[in-house]
Design a protein around this ligand. Structure first.
Ligand SMILES: [Zn+2]
Length: 564
């Protein structure tokens, strides 16, 4: 116990004498955007000691601080940003996409079957084959495929493959049998079992009928979840993401991620929000109540800054595409339908209060104007009852907000956590759902920034593409990749490139109480940054989506480099 004290004493003496040791690394000759709230906005060079930034400044000054052991990297004028952070994604789902068969781009049923045959391997084994992305409209014969097609190539495996839109599942006979689906099984409400002339299921399940099979697919074990987490991280680092907020972690996933962090194997900074309620999806490692989670309390920077357990994620309504978003008035294209609320205000309020009493932040998905109003009401009530404090309650998506409610975000300090690509994906059809009038409060960015709010930027991957540059591009253009519509969709809500970058760096960090550690390049923070192949502030906007990450650095270590 005496040595640390002596070391501390000695290092104190050294500091007092002005002798500091040379940094471990200096990156110089770059255009390094810091996002530091107190400035400077840009520096030429940064130095790194351990996993932290030691200093930022001119190349000349920081090169002078280098010693013989210092690793010196010439950025050759490259554009550098703080490590990007996705403030709303679905972490293990991103990894699972890599591990499942991916049929996107296939042009015939035979091509799909050949891929399945290769994956299935020899006889005698029987894990579930899973995949996604088939689209019979791309095949020479556009009728639905069948279970017997699959039976020829799947051996002893049950198999379940989602259609490209996620609304149909193609299964084999083994999967139908395991789910107990036969000629006598009725179509569930909201779903359809595709049948032949004799009423026998043919092997395609539509919408709610997909759950009949989904329920019998075994949940992944801890080791499998670790594997998906590793592949999710690999995908993130390659697009410049060094951190992200998992919008709805299951308890078993949290356990797997925690193990991965303790094994030193999560090269990422993940902020986790527990999914609540759990909808019975948590069985083996699950909680019947919130109590075990609340008693655990928040986790901050476990394992050298790799895991934060920050709060609770709830969903107040559904999505716009399927008309599940809760609206104040009827859907324009579906009179009588106002969407649905998935939780009562009372249920949300109770969880917000219990979380806050245990130091947890709460974030709530709200798409429709009714859902947004109700969640604002819940947060307002909670803020009035709770002792004063820094709560940072968030509304995830904040998509359709009644004009009367827009100003309440700023008044209450409720954070709109938004995904710019949702606007550019929905802009083609959202007026059909809502009419033009209700778009006044829809997908606002500039309006919230003007209230002094921070907007944590996210992708909602795998719902949208993971690449944060697509969000950056959508935020500055409000156009699709072809440049439509000219001038941008509701162009007044476009933001500057600096504001867009802040959404995916500092504002995202702030959204999960992580801004003292990450989100900007400042002395004392983790040395997380991304080197790009072009200047994202200067190139024509059209060239932003094509930009490539050359290096991703996490805690001073190069965790991704183009070309290996
Ligand atoms: Zn989401």
């Amino acid at each position: 116990m005496r040595y640390p004290a002596i070391t501390l004493f000695l290092s104190g003496l050294l500091l007092a004498a002005g002798c500091s040791r040379a940094p471990d690394a200096v990156y110089h000759n770059g255009r390094i955007v810091t996002m530091a709230p107190g400035g400077p906005a840009e520096v030429e060079a940064i130095s790194i000691t351990g996993d932290r930034i030691e200093a930022g400044g001119s190349s000349e000054r920081l090169l002078a601080s280098a010693g013989p052991e210092t690793r010196v990297v010439d950025l050759a004028g490259a554009f550098v940003t703080p490590g990007l952070i996705d403030a709303h994604f679905h972490f293990t789902s991103i990894g699972r996409e890599v591990m499942q068969l991916d049929f996107r781009g296939t042009t015939s049923k035979e091509q799909v079957l050949a891929m399945v045959a290769e994956e299935a391997g020899g006889p005698g084994e029987s894990w579930w084959l899973e995949g996604r992305g088939w689209d019979q409209n791309d095949w020479p014969v556009t009728s639905f495929p069948t279970a017997s097609d699959l039976d020829r190539v799947t051996g002893d495996h049950p198999a379940a493959f989602r259609r490209i839109d996620g609304h149909a599942l193609w299964v084999n006979s083994r999967a139908l049998a395991e789910a107990g689906i036969d000629v006598s099984t009725p179509d569930p409400p909201g779903g359809r079992i595709v049948r032949d002339g004799a009423g026998r299921p043919t092997g395609v399940l539509v919408d709610e009928a997909m759950d009949l099979v989904g329920e019998v697919i075994p949940e992944p074990d801890i080791e499998a979840i670790k594997e998906t987490a590793r592949s999710a991280v690999g995908r993130c680092l390659a697009v410049g993401l060094t951190g992200g907020h998992d919008a709805g972690t299951l308890p078993r996933e949290l356990e797997a991620i925690r193990q991965l962090v303790e094994e030193g194997d999560l090269h990422f900074r993940l902020a986790s929000y527990l999914r609540w309620p759990l909808d019975g999806m948590s069985r083996p490692f699950g909680y019947e109540t919130l109590d075990p989670f609340l008693e655990m309390g928040p986790v901050s920077g476990l394992g050298g800054g790799h895991l934060w357990v920050v709060g609770i994620k709830m969903s107040s309504d559904g999505a716009m595409g399927s008309r599940g978003a809760a609206l104040l008035e009827d859907y324009t294209d579906d009179p009588g339908n106002r969407g649905l609320l998935r939780l009562t205000p009372g249920e949300m309020y109770t969880t917000v209060m219990r979380g806050a009493e245990h130091g947890f932040q709460t974030i709530v998905h709200a798409i429709g104007d009714r859902a947004n109003r109700i969640v604002l009401d819940v947060f307002e009530e909670a803020l009035a009852r709770l002792p004063a404090g820094d709560r940072r309650f968030r509304i995830e998506h904040s998509q359709i907000v009644h004009p009367d409610d827009v100003g309440r975000f700023g008044e209450l300090g409720v954070i709109p956590s938004m995904q710019p690509t949702h606007a550019t994906s929905d802009m083609y059809w959202v007026a059909d759902r809502l009419g033009e009038e209700r778009l006044e409060g829809a997908y606002l960015w500039k309006s919230y920034l003007e209230q002094g709010l921070r907007i944590p930027g996210g992708s909602d991957a795998p719902v949208e593409e993971l690449d944060p540059l697509l969000g950056f591009y959508a935020a500055v253009t409000r156009q699709d990749l072809q440049g439509w519509p000219e001038g941008g969709w509701f162009p007044d809500e476009r933001v500057s490139r600096e504001q867009a970058l802040r959404m995916f760096t500092y504002d995202a960090a702030y959204g999960a109480f992580m801004e003292d550690e990450v989100g900007s390049l400042e002395p004392g923070k983790y040395a997380d940054f991304v080197v790009f192949d072009r200047d994202l502030y200067e190139v024509p906007v059209r060239e932003i989506p094509g930009a490539r990450v050359l290096r991703t650095v996490l805690g001073g270590e190069e965790v991704y480099r183009v070309g290996g």
